[in-house]
Write a protein that binds this ligand. Structure first.
Ligand code: PLP
Length: 500
């Protein structure tokens, strides 16, 4: 299949090559009188419609539904379902997102009737099994992070950030300190400043130095007793571990501030380093990244947070607790910021995380991280001669390469390469993020890919960067549409069929 696509894609785009049938609206397949079903004549006496409905309630024309056969319907929707790229169909090296394999066993376990059919309003006594599972999961998250107090409520990583910053705000309020600022490095994920702003803080950006690490001089100059929290992503969005983190934590703690660890990149350090041990006071996990939950169409995810003992009382209510040998939801928490999510949190995702952690155990988690780092370094070393990596020869679980040389010499941009990869059957890496690297391509192969897949992907990059710029500017050539307007497609999508 891949070979076929690659061969096809040597030619320029033509409509005949595009898979247009799959995206033709079903309305356009309609032919008057075509039907998918046929009913035998009724032998039950039917009252005429005039007797059943007054005239003004009756339509004068039929609704404009497509008139199609059953094969038309089945093919239409089956073809549509194959247009997306997914971890189940394609290599998906989307940096910062950890698109790793989602073990099917975890799907099956999360769907067991004893879990999937529970009602969120069931009394605690009838959901002891689930509460025990969540309680154990809290303990596992605490152990992996080195931070003892856990809330499973937040619904995504970004929501975890917001929740933790609300916890920090409640803490400072409680100890009578008014702090207004949150610091974040210029390489931070956009959700960091967004969460800070939603939690009522002003964000101050800290520069990165030439190695891509936090610029300590800049940090020192911006650090004062108005700083509530320093948000750091470590390993960072550049795929490097900032080994100054303990020193940074000391500096911030001396001013009375807190360290927030954006845990989106925990996939690189499971069982190797614990945020609580290198100075973090709070962090979130993204179970849909690190612990193999599926990322389904932007959700559902989860964003459990872990905090130090002293911040524990401010966590959202309820938390799962154990009392007299029973498991329960604890609401009696006077200092809590209150609820941030209905019911228990996104239980389906949390159960998958639980299964993943239990399946691997501490050694297995560590091996998964080591393999993720090995795979990323292997790919880095294979492609860096065509796509240089500005920040170092070694990386953690992902790396940020740049196409700026190619852009200068051949007119090939990161966007061209990303689009062209689709013709070769690969989901594109993250492009143009982080903003600190021009023409950036952020590549995260994950631990669940084989050497053969990584080699094939590297070969595709070699071929693409060798192709003519003209061909690349019009890529992809094999998808139903080629280059939608990146902004308009997301901001004003046209999702409705109209006949005119
Ligand atoms: C993914 C990500 C987030 C946000 O997590 P969501 O679960 O998508 O809300 C925050 N920071 C970094 C570095 C990330 O990669």
């Amino acid at each position: 299949m891949r070979l076929l696509l690659a061969q096809q894609s040597r030619y320029k785009a033509s409509t005949s090559m595009r898979n247009t049938r799959a995206t033709q609206p079903i309305f356009e397949l309609s032919k008057p009188g075509r039907r998918a079903t046929r009913f035998p004549d009724s032998d039950v006496p039917v009252r005429p419609i005039e007797e059943l409905l007054p005239e003004h309630c009756r339509a004068t024309t039929l609704p404009p539904l497509p008139e199609v056969t059953e094969p038309d319907v089945v093919r239409h929707f089956t073809n549509l379902s194959t247009l997306n790229m997914s971890v189940d169909t394609h290599f998906y090296p989307l940096g910062s997102c950890t698109m790793k394999h989602n073990p099917k066993r975890n799907e099956r376990l999360a769907n067991l009737p004893g879990i999937a059919n529970l009602h969120p309003y069931q009394p605690d006594d009838t959901v002891q099994g689930l509460l025990q599972l969540l309680h154990e999961l809290q303990d596992m998250f605490a152990e992996i992070s080195g931070l003892p107090a856990v809330s499973l409520q937040p619904a995504a990583g970004a929501h975890g950030e917001l929740t933790a910053l609300m916890v920090a705000a409640a803490y400072f309020d409680d100890i009578g300190e008014k702090r207004t600022k949150v610091l974040a490095p210029d390489s931070a994920h956009g959700t960091n400043p967004a969460s800070a702003s939603m939690a009522g803080f002003d964000t101050v950006t800290i520069k990165s130095d030439s190695r891509g690490l936090v610029d300590l001089a800049d940090l020192r100059s911006k650090l004062d007793d108005q700083v509530a929290v320093f948000m750091i992503t470590n390993p960072s969005t550049l795929g490097i571990f900032d080994d100054q983190v303990a020193e940074i934590a000391d500096l911030v703690h001396k001013e009375g501030g807190l360290i927030y660890l954006d845990g989106a990149n925990m996939n690189a350090i499971l069982g190797i380093a614990r945020p609580g041990d290198f100075g973090a006071d709070m962090m979130h996990y993204n179970p849909h990244k690190t612990f193999s939950g599926p990322h389904g169409g932007g959700g559902p995810g989860a964003g459990p947070i872990c905090v130090t003992e002293k911040l524990g009382p401010y966590l959202p209510s309820p938390v799962v607790c154990q009392r007299d040998g029973r498991f329960a939801l604890d609401y009696e928490r006077a200092k809590s910021i209150g609820r941030v999510r209905a019911f228990f949190g996104n239980v389906g995702v949390l159960v998958r995380a639980y299964c993943y952690i239990r399946t691997h155990g501490p050694d297995g988690l560590r091996r998964a991280s080591e393999q993720a780092v090995l795979n990323a370094n292997y790919l880095l070393s294979r492609v860096k001669h065509i796509l240089p990596v500005p920040h170092g020869d070694r990386c953690m679980h992902e790396f940020v390469a740049t196409a700026s040389e190619l852009k200068k010499t051949k007119g090939i941009s990161a966007m061209d390469i990303a689009k062209r990869l689709l013709d070769f059957g690969y989901h594109a890496p993250t492009v143009y993020f982080p903003l600190t690297v021009p023409e950036s391509m952020m590549i995260e192969p994950t631990e669940s890919e084989s050497k053969e897949t990584l080699d094939a992907f590297a070969e595709a990059l070699f071929r693409i960067t060798d192709e003519a710029a003209d061909l690349l500017h019009e890529a992809p050539h094999t998808t139903p549409i080629s280059r939608p307007n990146e902004v308009q497609a997301a901001r004003s999508p046209m999702l409705k069929w109209t006949s005119v």
